[in-house]
Structure formats: structure tokens, C-alpha cells
Write a protein that binds this ligand. Structure first.
Ligand SMILES: Cc1cc2nc3c(=O)[nH]c(=O)nc-3n(C[C@H](O)[C@H](O)[C@H](O)COP(=O)(O)O)c2cc1C
Length: 358
């Protein structure tokens, strides 16, 4: 009776679970494995036209453990260092082998219109069902004005997403960085420029820790470090807040592919309740393996059975209506008058502080 399939931006997925761009989607072998294990879609590791410039360091991961469990994960890994020609061949092979599965090309380029045209055209010719624009990688690439350096500027986003729209024949999702003051402003710029959907979030800028014996920050590469991207279970509350804000601001103008700390069917259900059509997973797959798809499916089905939901659309966005302002909460709790009073006394407090400062 329960139908997990999703129709979004002209794509049909057997279920809402997508392997996010990262190590679990780094080549055709592992992408095939993901499809075999039942993932509805895969976003490949981010591709660039000239991969010779991508040079990784090691170690590039640091984990935060509580007991035996990994709750947070920091990485300073760059995008794919494999040539685009290899990716094109692998996309063609994968699309022949898995015609019914959704394969999304994650791409990133420098600030050059012709480069964005070329990479989008090549990946859609190779069979990509959709394109995800990586406007969000927070380390390494921003130093070259790529990734989150673009995703943090509404003006650049509008311009670059506009270039992509000029050539795109498949749906385009813009993947947002959480390292901004207003996720709604940057997501809105991408949608205004013609993106069909928003993917959020990429990793949160972080310093995992400082080794208290060596006094060196982690992850340590020959004694030195650089801030990296934080992911995994610990980021879920932040990602949920951003998903909620995007869904509320978009009001159906764009789709949402939610990302951040998903490890269970209940986690996925929460993102759908806040408006997501699909849910992406990266760190969860690195920790639990591709078989996690079955666990996510089992958990989501159990949640839907419990509430008598028969399809994803039955509960997508259901919980958005329960968000309101703090003043409204006070009004609801203590009556309309004290709600107004709370706002009034806050205003009066600000006025008093100003007067005292003058
Ligand atoms: C090791 C690692 C590498 C990643 N590489 C990419 C990448 O190449 N492109 C991209 O868009 N996101 C990349 N991400 C970000 C993930 O796709 C995802 O947005 C983020 O990790 C949050 O989701 P999670 O908590 O499920 O991992 C990477 C994440 C990790 C942990």
C-alpha cells in the first residue's frame, strides 16, 4: 500500500534516497553498487573540466567520536581528481546498465561562462538526468574563487546559474553552502536565475580540534591544518533549520533535496516533513555502507505506516505550518496581550539602550 516513489522536476525516483556527492559516488563501480543496493539516485563526486589542478592531501579526514560512535566528520577533501573524459564514459555505461535510476552530475567550474557551458553540455550529452551545481565546497577551491566563494555571493550565483540555464536541457539543482548569514538569500538568487531545485546543505566550516599532546590542529598534514567541512549526525539540527527556511521561502517555486546527517528513516522523514522531496546521504554511507538504503527504506515505511501516510506527498511539508515567531509563541502560551507586551517591552528595551548610549 505504501508508495515511496518521488516525482520531482520531471525526474522519477523509486524512493527519495540519493547518495550525495562525495567518496560514496567517486566512480562507476561504487555508483553501480549504490544502485544495486536500492538507492533511488546518485549525485556523482563533483567533476571539473581540468582535473589536473585537483591535488589532495592526506590525512584529509578527522572524526568526532562519542564512545564507539562517530557523530561528526570533518574533511579537507577536494572535488574529483579524475578526468572528465573518464566520467563521460562512466556516465554512458551507467545509464545503459541502469536506465531507470537517476544519475545526477555534480559540476563545478571557475568564473567563466564558456567553461560552465562546456561542462553542463558535456555531462548532459553523457546522459546525466540532472545537474547539481556545486556552489558550496568550503575548502581549497574557494581560494581559487570556486565552490562556496560563488555560493556565498547572490550576485555571482545569479550570473553563473543564468549561464547554466542558457544551455541546460535537464533539471538543474544548486547546492548551497551553509556558511552564509542567510541561506534564503543565496537559495533565492539561484532559483531566480532559473534553477529548478536547491540541494542543501554542503559541509559546515570547522576545526575538528587541537591535539593536546602535539598542540597541532586536526586533521594534521605534516604538522599543519586548514579549516575543513563538517558533516554527519552532528550537523542535522543546523541542516534541518536551513531546509525549513528554504522550503518556507520557496513556497513551491523550487524543489528541495535535503542533506545533512541522515542515518535513519526517521531522519529522512523529518526532512520530508519540512518540505524536502528527496534526501541525500554522504557521511551515513561512509559509516554504514550502501546497505543503509534498506534501513532507510524500512524506517521510512514504518513511520508512514504509523501515521497512515501512503505516499511521500501525503506528508511532505506537513510540519512547516508549526513554525512561527517567538512573539507568537508567547502569545499562544500566555494570551495575545502578553505576546504583544513581550514585543513591546523588547522594543522599549532597545529604545532605552539607544537613549542611554546617546
Ligand atoms: C569526504 C567528503 C567529501 C565530499 N565531497 C563533496 C563533493 O565532491 N561535492 C559536493 O558537492 N559535496 C561533497 N561533500 C558534501 C556532501 O555531499 C554533503 O553535502 C555533506 O557531507 C553533508 O551531508 P552528510 O552529513 O550526509 O555527509 C563531501 C562530504 C564529505 C564528508
Amino acid at each position: 500500500m505504501i508508495d515511496l516513489s518521488v516525482h520531482v522536476d520531471g525526474l522519477r525516483l523509486a524512493n527519495p534516497f540519493i547518495v550525495a556527492s562525495g567518496p560514496p559516488s567517486t566512480n562507476a563501480n561504487v555508483i553501480a553498487r549504490a544502485f544495486d543496493e536500492g538507492w533511488g539516485g546518485v549525485v556523482c563526486k563533483t567533476i571539473v573540466l581540468d582535473s589536473t589542478k585537483i591535488v589532495n592531501v592526506s590525512p584529509r579526514y578527522a572524526r568526532w567520536r562519542v564512545g564507539d560512535e562517530i557523530v561528526g566528520w570533518e574533511n579537507i577533501e577536494l572535488i574529483s581528481d579524475r578526468p572528465i573524459e573518464t566520467w563521460e564514459d562512466e556516465f554512458r555505461t551507467l545509464k545503459m546498465r541502469y536506465p531507470g535510476r537517476v544519475l545526477i552530475a555534480s559540476v563545478m567550474e571557475e568564473y567563466r561562462r564558456s567553461a560552465w557551458h562546456e561542462i553542463v553540455e558535456r555531462m548532459q550529452r553523457a546522459g546525466a538526468d540532472a545537474i547539481e551545481l556545486n556552489m558550496s565546497c568550503p575548502h581549497g577551491l574557494p581560494e581559487r574563487r570556486m565552490g562556496s566563494a560563488m555560493g556565498q555571493s547572490p550576485e555571482l550565483l545569479r550570473e553563473v546559474c543564468g549561464w547554466v540555464r542558457e544551455v541546460a536541457r535537464v533539471p538543474v539543482w544548486a547546492k548551497m553552502t551553509p556558511n552564509v548569514t542567510s541561506i534564503v538569500e543565496v537559495a533565492g538568487a539561484a532559483v531566480d536565475a532559473g534553477c529548478a531545485g536547491i540541494s542543501a546543505i554542503n559541509t559546515i566550516l570547522s576545526v575538528m580540534g587541537v591535539d593536546i599532546d602535539t598542540l597541532r590542529p586536526q586533521p594534521t598534514v605534516d604538522g599543519y591544518s586548514t579549516p575543513g567541512g563538517y558533516s554527519g549526525r552532528a550537523v542535522k539540527p543546523i541542516a534541518l533549520r536551513m531546509a525549513m527556511e528554504i522550503a518556507r521561502a520557496m513556497g513551491g517555486r523550487a524543489s528541495l533535496s535535503a542533506i545533512g546527517g541522515v542515518e535513519t528513516g526517521d531522519d529522512a522523514a523529518q526532512y520530508v516533513l519540512l518540505g524536502a522531496s528527496t534526501v541525500q546521504v554522504c557521511t551515513g554511507v561512509m559509516i554504514h555502507g550502501y546497505g543503509l538504503a534498506r534501513e532507510l527504506e524500512r524506517g521510512l515505511r514504518a513511520f508512514m505506516e504509523r501515521h497512515a501516510f501512503r505516499s511521500i506527498e501525503d506528508f511532505r511539508g506537513h510540519s512547516l505550518k508549526y513554525f512561527t515567531s517567538h512573539a507568537e509563541l508567547v502569545a499562544k502560551k500566555h494570551g495575545a496581550k502578553s505576546g504583544r507586551d513581550a514585543v513591546w517591552s523588547a522594543d522599549r528595551f532597545v529604545q532605552q539602550v539607544r537613549e542611554e548610549a546617546e
